[in-house]
Design a protein around this ligand. Structure first.
Ligand SMILES: *[C@@H]1O[C@H](CO)[C@@H](O)[C@H](O)[C@H]1NC(C)=O
Ligand SMILES: *[C@@H]1O[C@H](CO)[C@@H](O)[C@H](O)[C@H]1NC(C)=O
Ligand SMILES: [Zn+2]
Length: 251
């Protein structure tokens, strides 16, 4: 009887351990703002998927480029509910996630609702991250490991919470401000100011650029120009994980 209840205590103890919400404490999330592998260039697209994302994936695929999408679950589109007409017919936004993933692009998290995370409680930050992670997991069977906080903003609580959830933060060093105006030349000038600093071909520098596939000029006008310029300088396009030399881009 004594032995049996001891065993029972042991068994229920194990059960409690494996079913209780795990209290995982890890180091604060690392923040990256540049690629580390020399000569690599990571194109990143935030705030989608939206109504030009399908065309963007097709353009990238035709150019044999792997890019990174920091997606939202409920921002320009509600990705669990909405669909949109594309050059290949009507597609749900979950179809977009599958198309990205199958094409070899990296899916990163930009939170569920594009909430600026600074000042939020740990519980709300976890909700923003876990809600999107669950949608991505049920769609492509992988959970994002890289994330970009909306507006790039973070504080100690944000990094601590993201670190406990196993995320790494991928911000950027090149921001052409495609959200600000319809002035293509000003966006090109920002790219050129970085590209012209590199005098080696192949380059020794490495960059992460920020664009948004939701703004009208970005996909049809800015992206094709950027691809041409970046290629001419001799950079190799890579996902954020590849350009950080990380062979495990999901978890
Ligand atoms: C990337 O990883 C490979 C294999 O682990 C290693 O040989 C290489 O030096 C690394 N490159 C950089 C830039 O860290
Ligand atoms: C995408 O949606 C926006 C907002 O509804 C609209 O103004 C724009 O014309 C749409 N673009 C395409 C390519 O359908
Ligand atoms: Zn954003």
């Amino acid at each position: 009887m004594y032995t049996k209840s001891l065993l029972w205590t042991f068994v229920t103890g194990i059960f409690a351990l494996t079913t209780a919400a795990p209290l995982v404490r890890r180091a604060p999330a690392t923040v990256h703002t540049k690629c580390t592998a020399p000569g690599t260039f990571a194109l990143t697209f935030d705030d989608g998927p939206f109504n030009q994302t399908w065309s963007l994936i097709k353009t990238l695929n035709q150019e044999n480029i792997k890019a990174t999408f920091f997606i939202n679950g409920n921002n320009y589109a509600n990705i669990e509910q909405d669909s949109v007409s594309t050059p290949d017919g009507d597609k749900t936004y979950l179809d977009h996630l599958r198309f990205m993933h199958q094409s070899g692009h990296l899916i990163g998290s930009h939170t569920y609702e594009h909430k600026v995370l600074t000042g939020l409680s740990e519980t709300e930050i976890q909700r923003q991250m876990n809600t999107l992670s669950d949608i991505v997991y049920k769609t492509v069977n992988a959970r994002p490991k890289y994330m970009r906080p909306p507006t790039g903003a973070y504080d100690d609580t944000v990094l601590a919470t993201l670190g406990n959830l196993g995320y790494e933060v991928a911000n950027w060093d090149i921001d052409p401000k495609d959200y600000e105006s319809y002035d293509l030349q000003s966006k090109q000038a920002i790219f050129d100011s970085y590209l012209n600093q590199e005098t080696n071909n192949p380059p020794t520098s490495a960059h992460i650029s920020l664009m948004h596939d939701v703004h009208p000029q970005t996909v049809p006008e800015l992206v094709p120009w950027v691809i041409k310029q970046v290629r001419a300088k001799g950079y190799k396009f890579a996902t954020v994980a590849e350009c950080l030399n990380d062979s495990n881009p999901y978890h």
